[in-house]
Design a protein around this ligand. Structure first.
Ligand code: HEM
Length: 309
């Protein structure tokens, strides 16, 4: 387990540490998606596949994503306000955080039915990382088939890496929005939403860990790491390393150093600006229009309610 900021950066940028790769699989299901995306690709295939995702992201302007996310959030709040079920309460997790970023991205990436894509992407995300149970994998297999049917025509590897963007975006962006609402709905108006998000990413990171395996021997803090040894890189701990962040446990927006939550090096998140834009769109509107809906739960993904002002 690696917890120091400098050690996490050094391993993320060390070519001797690789992402545990996915096995090849026939086209169509979850195993195929995992075997085709850059995220789980071995070093010799990673760069070309990452370039496919980056090319798709380059067609999306983060400022535009933010505006569209704001509009969609506004419409969802308007609908809640006009509902006849005493509807001044909104479930941030289900109605907004898990929905808005994916609808916006799916629409911009040309999926035929962006609203229907949300449940399918969420099902794939639930089984994307190793360790998912058989029922979750079967549901994800069906979801990959549904997403392929909604995708514009393209070579299989291109489609896989475009779908990979949606899957990577899903839980992390939702987690950032929920955490920012928990930390910041009653924060002072003067605190910029971007600064709020930056400190939330550090203190309450929606991606807490990532994994590497040593492909060559190396040393870490004088300790030998053998070939095949697995390393758990802890963003949550590195983001509170007192050597980098004074008063690490205190929420203090506007810090000099950036959190490690988007990773670093050749596999660092290519969707960082997009994630921040989408989250800022949703959170900015919520800060203007809503107040906390009661005691806020500590542990995501517990539903989090807010009340319209
Ligand atoms: C708050 C939201 C997000 C966080 C915290 C986050 C974090 C990360 C991290 C830590 C990695 C690298 C993992 C590693 O090195 O092992 C990563 C990879 C990736 N992320 Fe994000 N991400 C977020 C949102 C997004 C969004 C919105 C997109 C696309 C629209 C995206 C696309 C990707 C892709 C494609 C990769 C794999 C890159 C590669 O294979 O080289 N992410 N993300």
């Amino acid at each position: 387990m690696v917890t120091r900021y400098a050690d996490v950066v050094s391993l993320l940028t060390d070519p001797r540490c690789v992402v545990p790769p996915a096995e090849e699989a026939p086209e169509g299901g979850l195993a195929w998606l995992r075997a085709s995306v850059s995220r789980f690709s071995p070093p010799d295939r990673h760069a070309a596949r990452r370039a496919v995702g980056v090319a798709a992201l380059d067609t999306l302007d983060p400022r535009e994503l933010r505006v569209i996310a704001e509009r969609l959030t506004g419409r969802i709040l308007d609908r809640a306000a006009s509902a006849d079920n005493g509807g001044d309460r909104v479930d941030v997790t289900g109605d907004l955080a898990r929905r808005v970023p994916l609808v916006v991205l799916a629409e911009r990436l040309g999926l035929a039915d962006p609203a229907a894509a949300v449940a399918e992407v969420t099902a794939v995300a639930a089984a994307y990382h190793p360790g998912a149970g058989p029922a979750a994998v079967r549901r994800a297999d069906r979801a990959v088939a549904a997403l392929l049917a909604m995708s514009p025509p393209a070579p299989a590897e291109v489609t896989a890496n475009r779908l990979g963007l949606l899957v990577q975006a899903a839980d992390a962006t939702a987690g950032l929005i929920v955490a920012a609402v928990r930390h910041g709905l009653d924060a002072p108006d003067g605190l910029e939403t971007d600064a709020l998000l930056a400190e939330v990413l550090r203190l309450d990171p929606p991606v807490r860990v990532t994994r590497r395996v040593a492909a060559d021997p190396l040393t870490l803090d004088g300790q030998p790491v053998r070939v095949g040894e697995r390393l758990l890189l802890r963003f949550d701990a590195a983001n509170r390393d007192p050597a980098v962040f004074p008063e690490p446990d205190r929420f203090r927006a506007g810090r000099a150093n950036a959190a490690l939550t988007f990773g670093a090096g050749p596999r660092g998140c290519p969707g960082q600006r997009h994630a921040l834009a989408l989250a800022a769109g949703v959170v900015g509107v919520l800060r203007r229009r809503c107040r906390p809906g009661g005691p806020t739960p500590d542990v995501p993904p517990t539903p989090l309610e807010v009340i319209l002002r």
